[in-house]
Design a protein around this ligand. Structure first.
Ligand code: GAP
Length: 537
């Protein structure tokens, strides 16, 4: 599937729009249109129901080490600034960036790629930010330009595959680097650390006293409420707390449609368990979350689970696996992260209690400043847990399945897009675009279509539409030829089309057409709501 086709469908049919488009848009921000908002809501609802609301705490799901409880939370986006000091985000949540002094453009350092290009005794490092399939082309074009050559002189150049490293750009070689949008050498600055949290100011206090941050993850709201949840619900470890909500990261180079945005939604669970049982729970959540994506349609080789190497682990993690999807905008064989499942140990509860822990030390110790004081003071509250049966007191370990609602939506859209041939009303094969979305997440569950706009058919159709609408998101359409109306629904992933025809007027039956199999069958109009409901929930 070509990504451009999906992007264009999303705009044309109202799944996704660029934010503030009439003003030229704002990079890294996206709006969900009338269909997109339904799709994303269905995904978030499916997650909430499957992980939290419909969880039966009296039965252990297959593979779970024991029974467990689940509850939800909805925390604020702006929290006490100390939260981010103790979580580690204030000190550690950064990327390296480089600026071009001439073009004034800013780049995430790890995304600047390039090669050494040699001509006779001259050599320069030509960089590019072109999309991977145009990378080579862009590099060659720029190399010819900097050496003042024509395309036919390409053999005068030799390319030497090496990546730009931090020490390279900081060394005297920097004078030989051609920035991604530069026309002259040596315009890139040294890489600088750039904190990804958005800063704001609370209340009338100006200056640093009132400074606060928009949350870069929903997780911390759960940690700081750990004691509130335990005290108010009498919940017992092991248990999980789920939260869905917006997070913000000032990404240096947002890209790939909604994949890397600056404002996005997360669906996170913090699962609290006994330290001795945490390895088993980590395995359980990895498998459980992978299966969830499969059940909703992300099957096959495009979906995989990948264990992180030790050098990839975040500052808090003693084990992380990513659920990844081979998004079509990535080069062949590359995967993008949909969700991370992290074993966070007791890092968060201890940090919020004692003060920020030093991630470089194992076992973790509170970070001490030059005056021998904790570098970032914790709340001082006891965030340990006492098991009322065994009387044991301990700091629970945390397993965190952390998913992105926007990335999941994008993956389901990519997976669903298909083109095939289907017969029109005269039996002639016609090509069609069909979004094979799982009925549970499809924005519109069924379309009600009177065959013609006369003979009493619209009246019967409107009545059925009213009955369906009370239960499900359905659509009514009486305009254009029936084949055209089917195609419009196929293109947005509506799993069922219900047609009211002349036979309906005689025997009160309607036709249901299946989007994928194209099979059609008749049901009694009075059974239609139950029939559709059974198939889409
Ligand atoms: N609490 C852990 C945490 O936030 P993360 O891997 O940084 O971990 C979790 O983020 C998920 O949030 C990612 O797997 C991804 O789905 C989503 N996510 C992170 N950054 C994002 C961005 N800039 N745009 C869209 N989704 C993002």
């Amino acid at each position: 599937m070509q990504m451009e086709k999906l992007v264009s469908l999303c705009k044309r049919r109202g799944f996704l729009f660029q934010s503030s488009e009439i003003y030229g848009g704002l990079n890294g921000f996206w709006d969900y249109g009338p269909l997109g908002v339904e799709l994303k809501r269905n995904i978030k609802d499916a997650w909430w129901k499957d992980m939290c609301q419909n969880h039966n705490e009296l039965l252990a799901p297959p593979g779970a080490p024991s029974t467990y409880e689940m509850v939800g939370l909805d925390c604020t986006i702006i929290m006490h600034p100390q939260v981010w000091k103790c979580s580690g985000h204030y000190d550690l949540f950064h990327d390296y960036m480089v600026d071009c002094r001439v073009s004034k453009k800013r780049y995430r350092f790890d995304q600047v790629r390039g090669k050494w290009v040699n001509r006779d005794s001259q050599r320069v490092f030509v960089t590019t930010m072109a999309e991977p399939d145009h990378e080579e082309e862009d590099l060659t074009r720029r190399a010819l330009k900097i050496f003042n050559l024509r395309s036919k002189d390409l053999e005068k150049l030799s390319f030497d595959s090496r990546v730009l490293t931090l020490d390279k750009i900081q060394s005297e070689d920097r004078a030989l680097v051609l920035g991604p949008d530069a026309n002259e050498l040596g315009t890139l600055t040294d890489p600088r650390e750039f904190n990804l949290m958005f800063k704001t100011y609370v209340g009338a206090l100006s200056g640093e006293e009132g400074a606060a941050f928009l949350r870069p993850e929903t997780a911390q709201g759960i940690f700081v409420n750990f004691k509130n949840v335990v005290d108010s619900t009498r919940i017992r470890v092991p248990f999980g707390v789920a939260q869905v909500g917006k997070s913000f990261r000032n990404e240096i180079t947002p890209r790939n449609f909604t994949f890397r945005s600056r404002e996005f939604e997360q669906m996170e669970i913090e699962f609290f368990c006994h330290p001795n049982a945490s390895a088993g729970w980590y395995q359980y959540w990895r498998n459980r979350r992978l299966q969830w994506y499969k059940d909703l349609g992300l099957a096959g080789e495009r979906l995989r689970l990948r264990e992180h190497d030790t050098d990839e682990l975040s500052h808090y993690s003693c084990g992380t696996a990513d659920i990844e999807y081979a998004f079509p905008f990535l080069p062949e064989g590359e995967y993008g992260e949909l969700e991370g499942i992290a074993h966070r140990g007791d890092f968060d509860l201890r940090s919020h209690s004692e003060g920020k822990l030093d991630p470089k030390k194992r076992p973790l110790e509170v970070e001490i400043n030059e005056h021998g004081q904790p570098r970032h003071r914790g709340s001082g509250k006891d965030l340990s847990y006492r098991d009322d049966l065994s009387n044991e007191r301990f700091i629970p370990h945390v397993i965190e399945p952390s998913a992105g609602a926007d990335r999941a939506t994008l993956a389901f859209l990519c997976q669903a897009y298909d083109e095939d041939q289907a017969p029109d009303e005269d039996g002639k094969m016609q090509s069609r675009v069909v979004m094979r979305l799982n009925p549970r997440i499809a924005p519109i569950k069924a379309a009600v279509l009177p065959l013609v706009k006369k003979d009493g058919m619209p009246e019967v159709a409107v009545e059925l539409y009213g009955a369906l609408k009370k239960k499900l998101n359905v659509f009514y359409d009486e305009k254009a030829a029936i084949g055209r109306r089917y195609r419009r629904q196929d293109e947005i992933g509506t799993p069922y089309c219900i047609t009211i025809d002349s036979q309906t007027l005689q025997d009160r039956t309607v036709t249901i057409r299946d989007r994928d199999s194209l099979e059609q069958w008749r049901v009694r109009i009075d059974d239609c709501v139950a029939e559709i409901e059974k198939r889409v929930t």
